[in-house]
Ligand binder design. Sequence first.
Ligand code: AP5
Length: 211
Amino acid sequence: MNMIFLGAPGAGKGTQAEVVCKELNIPAISTGNMLREAVKNSTEAGLKAKSYMDAGELVPDEVVIGILKDRIAQPDAQNGFILDGFPRTVQQAEALESMGVEIDKVIEIDVPDDAIIARMSGRRVCEGCGNSYHIQYKPTKVEGICDACGAKVVQRIDDKPETVLARLKTYHEKTAPLKDYYEKRGKLVTVKGQNEIAETSRLTLAAIKGE
Ligand code: AP5
């Protein structure tokens, strides 16, 4: 099954993608994680992306589409995948269609802006594998150390409150129109994302199974 997880920054797309990919044994493909890796390794795409990401703006479509196209061509993505954070614009959605990629479901995780702002200050991410934690709602077992790979967990540069506001503005202007785009195609299912993480996972899996 090919799926898209859609939602505002911090809605919980990455957290739920982690749960669902284990349950369905398909990869979760996060363009944000891939771009952060590219920035860390100073690749050509990373050098182009950095200033946009730091400012909470979208990286130009041609950079992201190129990265995504290479990733979904990998062998592990041939039996289904979750796209976390892609598409982010109608142009990216059209690019996906023109690559011949069939999307089965678009899961929108819906969280109001005020809850997002409160959530983001507590997020910590692993410098090694990109796993996401929260100091209150999803703490690491050992403070400051990733449960999965043992690397350090840190606060993302773009999780500063002023950048979170810029990211929310970008989301409403550029990405929210995708709800209409996929609703018209009969693919959109909305899950309420303000509950606890485990309850949101239950609702997300039920939405995927069509329950
Ligand atoms: P990206 O990394 O995709 O960031 P984002 O969409 O802004 O999403 P986040 O990763 O911030 O949030 P999330 O929804 O995954 O939430 P999470 O599960 O971590 O993109 C970063 C940047 O890259 C963009 O700004 C852009 O510049 C660029 N980019 C990426 N893709 C692009 C594209 N396609 N086109 C152009 N540019 C692109 O949860 C957040 C926190 O809340 C965590 O701490 C978590 O533990 C906690 N939490 C989760 N669920 C709950 C819950 N139910 N209750 C309490 N806490 C919860």
